[in-house]
Write a protein that binds this ligand. Structure first.
Ligand code: KIV
Ligand code: ZN
Length: 512
């Protein structure tokens, strides 16, 4: 029998909790399809009871994704559990993920419950959930900082009630690999029915050790599920990064001896999709998916790699999808070729009108840029004017004048609820002038907390991808825009962030 390691991806739930990373339903669906192509075993699609929007996202993903198990998070109460089970109804294979804090700090200060009350609630909630579904995961939140005696009591009880996976979160990223591994080993040895459940690790990266801790939980502790996110996306310093943990287990199979179901050639596409959707740029020296991860700059290394690859390379770039970075389409490509490439990239357009709109944008881009890469197409379809024509704000056109020694001036035409308006302003630079021109109408009062520009495919001919992070009344959102003209990309990113600020903020935080 093979010893399999289950990969549980929580990009769409824990990853999305990162301030500014919130995604629309269509964006989540697109990522979920890519996760399915990546062959992740479990996709945590959201937290259905936290908002109607999240409920709809979990349901839509359960309807569309058929090869992975679809999971929804739920607090350990009947209402949350029923709501999650309802959203998961269309799934081929579904899982409920219940969580309840067990550390003294969380029980006393956050839940204001006694340990006995938490024990009872954990037990009853799993009993309730088990009547609705067979696949039940239980997470004692802040588990790693919980009293081991109390944790043993709770875990033994929830396994008796039918929990099939026990996840031990290091919620605040406090663990050290050896200690975390032994913590899990100790729990498994002490709990009499521990062999009736799969053990899982869930590590946050506050001390930069989420991947190392997760691997120690597997190697020392005997866990057989890792919870992780694409690019390590997540609150604060993020979660355990899927690409790193997967490639560690695959590359060092000699040490871990575990089987994985992941199609690693889909890793880079997943990383790019998540980065382009959320506006969280991947650092160049990021392991596995960073632009420099397989670039050998030093002469000695280049020479070595040319003579024999494995002198300096422990993984093959192709194995994580790097060779997929090819020119796919050009000016002469027709609508059918474009449509087929969209399908290959997993982009589902809801109507022929959406495809036509996207194709017009593609032709427009191909007129200005001779080589169109997959990244260009993904950027183009994440442009809201293509896929979300009913948004409050939409970009129309921009003109600006800047000259050395003169104050730049911009004029931006955009739509507000479908009606065209024109804003004009001076600014410190053309980007500043353009965003101020938009604000002459919108008057959002939002504070800009981040502005970044990135070249999508690496050269000056490439499209500029701009991320704008805005903060207003406690909400933080990211807007992303792309265009060969970075001033236009900036205006699109700003309007996209304003659209996100507009959408309702009625969600319940998972660790709230
Ligand atoms: O970090 C955490 O504790 C969580 C739980 C909700 C599983 O994300
Ligand atoms: Zn978490």
């Amino acid at each position: 029998m093979t010893d399999k390691l289950i990969i549980f991806d929580t990009t769409l739930r824990d990853g999305e909790q990162s301030p500014g990373a919130s995604m629309t339903r269509d964006e989540k669906l697109r990522i979920a399809r890519q996760l399915e192509r990546l062959k992740v075993d479990v996709i945590e699609a959201g937290f259905a009871a936290s908002s109607n929007g999240d409920f709809e996202c979990v349901k839509a993903i359960a309807e569309v994704v058929k090869d992975s198990t679809i999971c929804s998070l739920a607090r350990a109460n009947d209402r949350d559990i029923s709501r999650a089970a309802e959203a998961l109804k269309p799934a081929n294979s579904a899982r409920l993920h219940l969580f309840l804090a067990t550390s003294a700090l969380h029980m006393e200060k956050k839940l204001r419950m006694t340990p006995d009350q938490v024990f009872e609630q954990a037990k009853l909630s799993v009993r309730f959930a088990r009547n609705l579904m067979a696949d039940i995961e239980f997470s004692p939140e802040d588990g790693y900082r919980s009293d081991p005696d109390f944790l043993c009591r709770v875990i033994e009880a929830v396994i008796s009630e039918g929990a099939t996976t026990i996840n031990v979160p290091d919620t605040v990223g406090y663990a050290i690999p050896e200690l975390y591994g032994n913590f899990i080993k100790n729990l498994r040895e002490r709990i009499p029915n521990s062999d009736k459940a799969v053990w899982s690790v869930h590590c946050h990266n506050d001390l930069g050790m989420a991947v190392a801790n997760s691997l120690a939980g597997v190697k020392i502790g005997g866990a057989r599920q890792i919870e992780c996110t694409i690019n390590g996306l997540g609150e604060r310093a993020g979660n355990c990064s899927l690409e790193e943990v997967v490639m560690a287990v695959k590359t060092r199979k000699d040490y871990f001896g575990l089987e994985l179901g992941i199609d690693t050639q889909q890793i880079l596409a997943a990383s790019r999709l998540v980065s382009q959707t959320t506006g969280f740029v991947v650092q160049p020296n990021k392991a596995v998916v960073g632009a420099n991860a397989f670039a050998h700059a030093s002469g000695i290394h280049q020479d070595g790699v040319l003579k024999a690859r494995d002198t300096y390379e422990i993984m093959r770039a192709e194995d994580v999808g790097w060779s997929a970075n090819k020119i796919v389409l050009g000016k002469l490509s027709g609508r059918n070729a474009f449509k087929q490439r969209l399908q290959e990239l997993g982009v589902a357009m809801e109507s022929e009108t959406d495809i036509n709109n996207a194709f017009i944008k593609f032709k427009d881009l191909a007129d200005r840029k001779s080589e169109i890469f997959d990244e260009d197409i993904l950027a183009l379809v994440s442009d809201e004017s293509v896929t979300h024509s009913n948004e409050q704000y939409g970009f129309v056109s921009l003109s600006q004048h800047s000259e050395t020694g003169e104050r730049p001036h911009a004029c931006v035409v955009f739509t507000v609820a479908g009606k065209e308006v024109k804003g004009q302003s001076d600014g410190n630079g053309p980007v500043d002038a353009s965003l101020k021109a938009i604000e002459t109408h919108v008057k959002s009062g939002a504070e800009m907390v981040l502005y970044s520009v990135n070249a999508i495919s690496g050269s000056t001919e490439s499209q500029g991808e701009v991320t704008v992070r805005l903060q207003n009344s406690g909400r933080v959102v990211n807007g992303v825009g792309s265009d060969p003209d970075i001033v236009v990309a900036s205006a699109k990113a700003y309007l996209s962030a304003l659209n996100k600020l507009q959408s309702k903020a009625d969600r319940v935080a998972a660790q709230g």
